[in-house]
Ligand binder design. Structure first.
Ligand code: PHE
Length: 363
């Protein structure tokens, strides 16, 4: 039941909207505004049922709270999930995005959005027609910062090196086997970073067009989905959907490091302890994938340059992971527990929720 999901959740509010013309459901989960206005992507896909969609929104919104809290960014956690029917024609989709933008504008700064799974910068241009100024990552032509994916991929790559070094004592991924699950917007760019670093890259993917492109045109080694979790590798990089690290996949894993871009990689927090017991170093998802959420809003509202943003993302992911790995070792706790403690520390120091009006933010 939707009711019990919300009851068990520790967030602030959920906005539910039924879109009659398309038969879609929208859930905007506001997890925390303690550090600033709730900010998170708009995910658009079809789900098995509305419970699964709401559950995704609730968990992803909490992830955003922690994502901003670890580096101390003055934003809160939120996420929008638009649960669409299996087929949606392009015109109807555009109108749906405009209605989504209108709702965001009506929220008046409670929630800021950007792209996520199933939405692009071009979609942000459409949402912004009705949702401005609460929409990040419009296309560069429309005056936005463009896709956040390059910043996310850069941070994941920098974080992967730190994690690899923590286990093997050296940073270079040259000739190391790195297995990328999902070559969507971020995964594809991560493959480029890895190839430039001369790593041995393997990938799995469900989209036939992407399989063809990377396997046949780019000559990247393809692993069928059914062999994914038992594939031997140095680093496993989940870059697709969430929940892939769970009690049934962990026993199969033959990697030393997990460092990828997907949100909500662990099915449950306890899975982090299972990884630690198995000697696998896990780079917590919301720590390593902060790049886009850190860079794009800062470029648009704080005037960061592209190169400054890259530097900030790489440095901040590196230093956060170093601190987390050291803390996990000294306290003998999982890395996700260490990350949670750091985030909670920042959240508990924040005092009163910050007003979400656009005039008072950003500072
Ligand atoms: N949706 C992405 C994330 O999960 C990135 C993003 C969020 C980009 C908010 C801009 C604004 O972090």
């Amino acid at each position: 039941m939707l009711e019990s999901l919300i009851q068990e959740w520790d967030g602030e509010a959920v906005i539910v909207r039924r879109d009659q013309p398309t038969g879609s459901w929208t859930f905007i989960a506001i997890h925390s505004t303690l550090l600033g206005p709730a900010t998170g992507g708009t995910r658009m896909k079809s789900y098995s049922d509305q419970q699964a969609a709401l559950q995704d929104a609730l968990r992803l919104a909490a992830g955003m709270t922690y994502k901003f809290a670890v580096p101390g960014i003055e934003r809160g956690g939120g996420k929008a999930v638009i649960s669409i029917p299996k087929s949606l024609d392009p015109e109807s989709r555009k109108h749906l995005l405009r209605r989504h933008g209108k709702l965001i504008r009506q929220l008046g700064g409670l929630f800021y959005t950007g792209p996520d799974v199933g939405t692009s910068s071009a979609d942000m241009d459409i949402i912004a027609e009705t949702g401005s100024p609460y929409v990040f990552c419009r296309t560069v032509e429309a005056g936005g910062a463009g896709s956040p994916a390059p910043f996310t991929a850069l941070g994941v790559f920098a974080g992967m090196e730190v994690a690899y070094k923590h286990v093997f004592g050296e940073t270079s991924l040259k000739h190391r086997k790195v297995f990328v699950q999902g070559v969507g917007s971020v995964g594809a760019l991560l493959v480029e970073h890895l190839r430039n670093a001369e790593a041995e890259v393997l990938f799995t993917e469900v989209d036939d067009r992407l399989i063809q492109h990377f396997r046949d045109e780019r000559d990247v080694q393809f692993v069928p989905l059914e062999d994914a979790y038992k594939t031997e590798c140095d680093v496993f990089a989940p870059c697709a959907l969430g929940g892939v690290i769970n009690e049934s996949t962990i026993p199969q894993l033959k990697c030393h490091v997990i460092a990828g871009a997907a949100n909500n990689q662990l099915a449950k927090p306890e899975d982090g302890a299972m990884l630690r017991a198995k000697g696998i170093l896990y780079a917590p998802d919301y720590v390593i994938n902060v790049g886009g959420a850190m860079a794009s809003p800062a470029i648009e509202t704080l005037g960061w340059s592209h190169s400054h943003a890259e530097e900030r993302v790489a440095n901040s992911v590196r230093s956060a992971l170093e601190r987390i790995f050291a803390m996990a070792d000294s306290a003998d706790i999982s890395t996700n527990e260490a990350a949670r403690r750091i985030a909670e520390e920042h959240l508990s120091k924040s005092g009163q929720p910050i007003s979400a009006s656009p005039t008072s933010f950003p500072r």
